[in-house]
Design a protein around this ligand. Structure first.
Ligand code: PAN
Ligand code: ZN
Length: 196
């Protein structure tokens, strides 16, 4: 078989089942609560859940990654489960791209959510995620998906293969905003842990 990206290839994205398979597709990561704990707001609650012996699966990423050289693109779906840690909805860690001048496209396939974005100037943007929404993440904007619904939030991300994922800043400071359930509804609020 030819190496990824040396030759054209195709895979299947089942738009009804929201599954991707074939060719170079593989599971790229699985994130359980123990891997997400440094990114959540209510770490005491997260510790309680972990102490009870549970380490729930929060999300999985499945797709193909071509070699990390300029000009290549990769594509992966993220399956983000519904749920909360305390009042905070399940979410991805969120990251800046290591290579600053790289953008990304998110195509939502199923579920309901928000894509929370923030740049280094501290500007924040939130886009709604629902089947059929296509969201552009410009260069320099960190991005985190949040599942505010009761079903899986599934989206396809297409990104430069050499973009790289920088989780450091988000791990340290989080985003300026958190998304929590208040009075039974999603609410975008200031992150009390945020420091300028
Ligand atoms: C996505 C994300 C994926 C998981 O493919 O990597 O949704 O989120 P975290 O990487 O923040 O854990 C993407 O944005 N790629 O660049
Ligand atoms: Zn990204």
């Amino acid at each position: 078989m030819a190496k990824e990206s040396e030759k054209p290839f195709s895979v299947t994205l089942d738009l009804d089942k929201c599954e991707i398979f074939g060719g170079f597709v593989k599971k790229l990561s699985a994130t359980t609560l123990s891997k997400l704990i440094d990114f959540v707001y209510d770490r005491d609650r997260a510790k309680e859940i972990l102490k009870s012996g549970e380490d729930p699966l929060i999300y999985e990423v499945i797709g193909f990654e071509t070699p990390k050289v300029e000009g290549n693109l990769s594509a992966a779906i993220t399956i983000l489960n519904p749920g909360k840690i305390g009042h905070e909805y399940y979410m991805t860690k969120g990251h800046f791209h290591e290579k600053e001048n790289t953008s990304e496209i998110y195509i939502c396939l199923s579920g309901r959510g928000f894509l929370l974005m923030q740049n280094k100037k501290g500007e924040v943007d939130v886009q709604e995620m629902a089947r059929g929404r296509v969201i552009y993440v410009p260069p320099g904007w960190a991005h985190r998906a949040i599942n505010i619904g009761s079903t899986k939030l599934i989206f396809l991300a297409i990104y430069p293969s050499d973009a790289g994922h920088d989780y450091g800043a988000i791990k340290e400071r989080g985003f300026k905003k958190i998304v929590i359930e208040r009075d039974g509804k999603p609410s975008i609020e200031d992150n009390p842990r945020w420091r300028d």
